[in-house]
Design a binder for this molecule. Sequence first.
Ligand code: UD1
Ligand code: CA
Length: 460
Amino acid sequence: MKLDVVILAAGKGTRMNSNLPKVLHRIGGCSMLEHVINAAEKLGNTCLHLVIGYGGEQIKQHIASLSNGGSINWAIQEPQLGTGHAVQQTTSALNSDNKNNLVLVLYGDVPLIKTITLEKLLGQANAETLSLLTLITDEPTGFGRIIRGDDNAITAIVEEKDASVEQKQIKEINSGIMAIPTVKLVRWLGEIENHNAQGEYYLTDIVAMAARENCKIVAAVIEDGFEIQGVNYKSQLASLERHYQMNKVDDLLAAGVTLRDPARVDIRGELEVGKDVEIDINAIFEGEVVLGNGVVVGANVIIKSSVIGDGSVILPGSNIDGGVIGRNVSIGPYARIRPGTVLKDDVKIGNFVETKNAIIGKGSKASHLAYIGDAELGKNVNIGAGAIVCNYDGVNKHKTSIGSNVFVGSNSVLVAPVELADNTFIAAGSTINRDVPADNLAIGRGKQRNIPGWKRPVKK
Ligand code: UD1
Ligand code: CA
């Protein structure tokens, strides 16, 4: 039996002071909505319904760009008349053939909810039981309060704006996340009204309806308030970002990583680590990154979607994107490794060297100030300072092939397409646009003339 998950994401998020729909703001590199969808999908066998309104097209485009964004039921809520009205927009699409069908309601702006918590909530729900996720907090202001009767049974939820002075003292709050028997939900939604302080159709009103007909209402009381923290302001987005990063960092420390300062590392994706990894301050990891055993990441390094082999060292200020890096490689300081770069074992890429779409063989070196693009290099090649591969003729990209044990002198220009065979030697300052056969020295530069007695120009 499929579980219907309704994710509310129609609100504009006015208080974010941004043109971007609220649920598209990011935490740890992923939109809040993506976090919620991922948490829901891990439940397995779900049918996702997304209620959109403000910025709906932008949200659809964003979801289409996600790997798991294919199978969503869209519900448009226009105008936005409250959370109950929002859920109402999905009722025709809900599975209600069986009395045991359940609906799980999630919020697109409550991004840190965990699958394990949802499982707990769902474990308590059934055809006769409404299950709420609540929190006991010293700062209940702004939230709906859980009203309990004499026997401690839940009788209603009262919104902040409708609450009496006494009700405002209640410390148990509604997270908004709930699991509801579908058949009852559809009936209750048909009966809710908007006679309240905000003139909205509140989803929370179904709780009093359930209580009136003696439907069981249970609460799963959550401990980590961050899991149900909603984002209304940029300050809350920032605080959830920090909390999210702190959790990521705790995992790294538990895995034995040495972090010079756990508060100054950002993980915007998935970071997999081997043993004895060291990470200095202000390192940023994006997408899927794998660091092998003993990898050292220097200060201010950014690594995106890359694999770094055992024993390799990334020196400060380097930027690696889409690289496959072998063992005992040294990169930087201030190197830029771009997509399609494969560095074999023992390669050295020094300061101000840029590589793109380049396969660089074992033990080869480019120690200073070079560009290597659309090229394949053999073993033990030495690229001199200032050497440039001209891969682009202004219209098309061409390939450069360099064999093993090649020496490319400083400030040489290799005009692609061109091939330097094994053991070739390029004199410094050469422009090479013809292939060089094995074991040749190539000199491609204007001859030097010395003019004796040269008089410098004089100022008029
Ligand atoms: C809601 C709950 C409150 C709970 C709080 C937790 C109701 C009536 N109140 O209040 O009990 O403590 O969340 O954060 O449910 N949305 C729509 N369409 C609408 C209105 C809202 O899609 O017409 C979406 C919003 O985009 C947002 C979510 O529903 O993702 C919550 O809406 P919001 O207005 O923030 O509800 P709260 O007043 O915070
Ligand atoms: Ca809210």
